[in-house]
Design a protein around this ligand. Structure first.
Ligand code: PMP
Length: 412
């Protein structure tokens, strides 16, 4: 059954908070989303009724905890349409997943003279691991340019991806300018040159339907907390054939088959990569988050973002002195809009908005090379999710106008 978006705000008690004497308008969803009761209840149920370590005990609670933990893996598998749960690894988040790829696949495959291709719009989590791998190995890191509209320059992508390329790593949805990148096409370009395709799905998996088999990506990393789940849990999807060849990254309990005094062997996928006690409650609650998203439907979530961005973008564009980074066409945006107001530091702008109860993020958004590329030190960013309304969008516009008026004689 599809949930009615008009009634879902009751599931998110935090949306009733009062901030600076105003009802909260939470527009920092690209940083982390709020959690519905169903997700918090999954945590509570687990700790009140099922808490035990997984894959170890033969007692009933241990079996129950293992069953729920592995059921969550199956929910995630179906959500991204992976071929098997062997391909779904629980991590701490997108950052951990991307680091694991660099530390395991990258360490094994990359050699001096090889090339790794990313873009100027990458989050530091999909940049620094590749930069450091390239430095360690004497490989070259190459950047795909952006168009004037802030989208990926696909003509340049075709130039940058060559027979020397071993890894292409790109965000499917950008965290600053909100564009969706054609990762399916990039995967084709990468594969044609014998390279693998890594997709940073931190901003896409929460917002659009992602099908790893359709994209034909080799890896997809994402975070639970940006899709209604708790912090501390994330997922790395990888094709089974690659995981079979990759060495584990961490060693210890849960990931071994046999341990001898001077050598050891590894257990099956996916557990070979999950050393130690995992975030059991986090995984189970992520499963509840996936259930919740499925009840709404990713198509409805995407359509809602489009509707709200189509509503608010022209209103923001009409504000004198306000610059919006990235595409000016709502059709090319996820729910993310980055902007600056002339003469005002984005931190002052965000503080002004907070005074009106409107929560946005300001700063470099973990994308310093992008800020340099755009020639700005920082930006404010409003990011909408399916529980935001047009009234929230109006509150943002009015708060920007009020802040502009407040600072009209310069910052104090
Ligand atoms: N990639 C992108 C595009 C992101 O937006 C983020 C989070 N801001 C990350 C990676 C890293 O996610 P996490 O901090 O949850 O590991």
């Amino acid at each position: 059954m599809v949930k009615d978006l008009n009634n879902i705000r009751e599931d998110f008690p935090i949306l009733n908070e009062i901030v600076n004497d105003e009802p909260l308008v939470y527009l920092d969803n690209a940083a982390t989303t709020q959690k519905p009761r169903q997700v918090v209840q999954a945590l509570e149920n687990y700790y009140y009724h099922d808490n035990a370590n997984v894959h170890r005990g033969v007692h009933t609670l241990a079996e129950r905890a293992t069953e729920h933990f592995e059921a969550a893996r199956e929910k995630v598998r179906a959500f991204i349409n992976a071929a098997s749960t062997k391909e779904v690894l629980f991590t701490r988040g997108a950052t951990t997943g991307l680091n694991w790829i660099a530390a395991s696949y990258g360490e094994k495959v990359i050699q001096a003279g090889d090339e790794i291709v990313i873009s100027y719009m990458e989050h530091h989590s999909n940049l620094v691991p590749w930069q450091q791998l390239a430095l360690r190995k004497g490989a070259t890191l190459k950047y795909i340019k952006l168009t004037d509209q802030g989208t990926l320059d696909m003509a340049d992508a075709k130039q940058q991806i060559t027979s020397k390329t071993k890894i292409v790593a790109i965000a499917q949805a950008a965290n600053v300018m909100g564009v969706i990148n054609p990762v399916k096409e990039l995967a084709k370009l990468a594969h044609a040159q014998g390279a693998i395709m890594v997709v940073d799905g931190a901003q896409s998996v929460p917002n659009i339907k992602v099908d790893v088999q359709d994209l034909d990506c080799d890896f997809l990393a994402f975070s639970g907390h940006k899709m209604l789940g708790p912090t501390g849990i994330g997922v790395l999807y990888a094709k089974e054939a690659l995981l079979l060849e990759m060495p584990p990254i961490e060693f210890g309990g849960e990931m071994i088959d046999f341990v001898n005094l001077f050598d050891s062997s590894w257990t099956d996928l996916p557990w070979k990569f999950e050393a130690g006690t995992p975030d059991i409650s986090g995984a189970i609650a992520l499963g509840a988050a996936v259930d919740y998203l499925n009840e709404i439907g990713m198509d409805q979530i995407q359509a809602h973002s489009h509707e709200i961005v189509s509503y608010v973008l022209p209103k923001l564009q009409a504000i004198d002195g306000l610059t919006i980074y990235g595409p000016q066409d709502p059709a090319e945006h996820t729910g993310v809009i980055a902007f600056n107001l002339d003469g005002l530091h984005p931190h002052d702008l965000a503080t002004g908005l907070d005074m009106e109860g409107v929560a946005v993020r300001a700063g470099h958004h973990c994308a310093q090379p992008l800020m340099k590329y755009l020639g700005i030190p920082a930006a404010a960013r409003a990011s909408f999710y399916f529980y935001n309304t047009k009234a929230d969008a109006d509150r943002l516009v009015n708060a920007v106008l009020a802040t502009k008026e407040f600072f009209k004689d310069g910052t104090i």
